[in-house]
Design a protein around this ligand. Structure first.
Ligand SMILES: Nc1ncnc2c1ncn2[C@@H]1O[C@H](COP(=O)(O)OP(=O)(O)OP(=O)(O)O)[C@@H](O)[C@H]1O
Ligand SMILES: Nc1ncnc2c1ncn2[C@@H]1O[C@H](COP(=O)(O)OP(=O)(O)OP(=O)(O)O)[C@@H](O)[C@H]1O
Ligand SMILES: [Mg+2]
Ligand SMILES: [Mg+2]
Lengths: 168, 162, 168, 162
């Protein structure tokens, strides 16, 4: 049991910083070209599953602050990095996310969609979003609207890869 | 592998018989407030075996569509999974189906053959869907909570995955 | 004590439906021209403060469903209606809201900003928002950005009422 | 009446001395993630007397700016309130100030004269700011929770207001 836990912890700890850097770097801005940093630390080295794990992130260009003092958008990006790091240990065939972009500004939406596009062939992503800047980057859209007379949901699908130049 | 398509019948705001798909590598679900986007995620969560209490309902019966346009068939969701490509366009395809019976219990089928819940879960696990750990589903308003888990909760999360 | 409570309860109960209708009606659409409905009901009529109060809303054109089954956007609109109804009982000079529009689609953003504009002279509103469709309806903007070298917040103010035609 | 302007000194990401305002009837605060928008709301909440635990901090000392560009002056926030217009452009103006002392306690002033916390709260109440009920502040991610309060919590909310 301890062995299994350690294997999982070591994997997630090993890749969290790289994923967070990929999610936060901005190649167009010199001071953010590297991205921030993220750490996982064990409170109790001997028996890891007896105690807790601390997760800390430092957004690009900022000083270290406890996770509680970060902003809503900064916490969302930190959460997504952890989610993708955990998923890389035992990847599910697909992932479903419901309006995870709600707290993100335009720049972070661009970074997150860029990252999702880069890993979409390894793990399929189905993401619910209200933001045009987010869903215009998808390969396909599933549009849902409420039927005026019956009140039920009607569904349309659109293959965006046909309009490669159009929407992008 | 991937989620290829869904077939939803009389599930919440999805009245009648509906085929949804195919899903691409990066698919976005869009639509106005209250149109049924989160209900679609509930349908995916339901078919992979997530319990009712996690899905804004308290009982399984809450998933039955209450709309007048619902048909007489039972509430059910099928998920068509496609395995990795095996060469020359061939795939393994598995159809997972979960139905609500008239006595408000769940009935599970794989490729239209009835199986018990244990076998259903085992088969899902074999393709990488660990429902207990739910690491592949993030419900509305839950994303920030992932980063604010206490050290104890983080250990539990990793324990479930390993 | 009971008297005071009743007075407050009766006031909020009396105005919640009207406020919710104003927040949800859409004059451009025939089937939504009236808006939804909202109710407050006491679990225990004799001694109201001993028991609970149930709050229910029905979005325009829908059937009655328990609040837990409503969508994220529908719950946000219901919450704002209750907030404004409570505020109308003993109005504070100003109200401060932090990204309350996060779950709202474009149509609901338009309805909420229309309602806020209509009451802004009775109670001043200071609202943090990331959505252009929301903040373009304000009288004034306070823009905040992080100083690249020092890391501190810089503040700019802009009086939008001067650009009446421009932004609108 | 209304919030006319704020003066913020070495409060969280606001290093040095800053005057913010004037605020209009409908003012929006905008800016990228992490720029300091919620910190501005924390400053308004701080000056009207909200306790530290509600504001993402645990101790009052968390509000002191940790930036190198902060000045040596103590952390403080002043709120300039303007009463309703009395005719011919005249207003009552009240300046509320809350400062963090070197011993991590709070010092309260009204129009630059020291007062105790009771007097400060009484005067805020006289202009309609009931800090205990906090019905005029909605923090980030809290709006949906207002609609999902249990019946007991709703009663408590109305009890505090009445
Ligand atoms: N059992 C049911 N039968 C029919 N309709 C239902 C049922 N349960 C919920 N609904 C309807 O589904 C709607 C909510 O849908 P859903 O939560 O999917 O919206 P959404 O598209 O996610 O919206 P948002 O963008 O606001 O999150 C409710 O308004 C309700 O009327
Ligand atoms: N005591 C402090 N001293 C200096 N900086 C601080 C202090 N406390 C918090 N901060 C900084 O403030 C930032 C958070 O600011 P804030 O929460 O106001 O952002 P925001 O504009 O609301 O962003 P979002 O749109 O993501 O919600 C953190 O990144 C942190 O670096
Ligand atoms: Mg939803
Ligand atoms: Mg914020």
């Amino acid at each position: 049991r301890c062995e299994l836990f350690n294997k999982c912890f070591d994997h997630v700890k090993g890749c969290i910083d790289e994923i967070y850097k990929e999610l936060t770097c901005d190649p167009t801005k010199v001071e953010q070209s590297v991205g921030g940093s993220a750490y996982l630390t064990l409170n109790n080295q001997e028996e890891p599953y007896m105690d807790g794990i601390k997760y800390d992130t430092i957004p690009p260009g900022k000083r270290f602050m406890d996770m509680t003092h970060l902003s809503g958008g900064e916490k969302t990006v930190a959460a997504l990095a952890l989610l993708f790091a955990i998923n890389s240990y035992c990847p599910a065939p697909f992932i479903v996310l419901d309006e995870v972009d709600a707290a993100l500004d335009a720049r972070n939406v661009a970074k997150v969609t860029r990252y999702i596009q880069s890993r979409r062939h390894e793990q399929q992503c189905v993401i619910i979003s209200l933001k045009e800047r987010f869903y215009e980057k998808a390969d396909g859209l599933v549009g849902i609207c409420r039927d005026i007379t019956g009140g039920h949901s009607n569904v349309f699908t659109l293959d965006l890869s046909m309009y490669e130049d159009g929407i992008q | 592998g991937c989620l290829y398509k869904l077939v939803v019948q009389n599930f919440k705001s999805y009245a009648g018989y509906l085929e949804i798909g195919p899903f691409k590598d990066f698919t976005c679900v869009i639509g106005p407030n209250g149109s049924g986007k989160s209900n679609l995620m509930d349908a995916i969560s339901f078919v992979v075996g997530v319990t009712a209490t996690t899905l804004r309902g308290s009982r399984i019966a809450d998933f039955r569509s209450n709309l007048s346009t619902a048909s007489a068939s039972p509430t059910s969701v099928s998920l068509f999974y496609r395995g990795p490509e095996k060469g020359s366009g061939k795939f393994d395809e598995i159809q997972f189906t979960r139905t609500i019976t008239s006595r408000d219990t769940s009935e599970y089928k794989i490729d239209n053959k009835k199986v018990d819940e244990k076998e259903y879960q085992r088969r899902l696990k074999s393709i990488g869907l660990l429902v207990k750990s739910r690491n592949f589903l993030v419900f509305q308003n839950e994303v920030e909570a992932v980063a604010q888990k206490t050290p104890k909760q983080l250990t539990e999360l990793l324990e479930r995955i390993s």
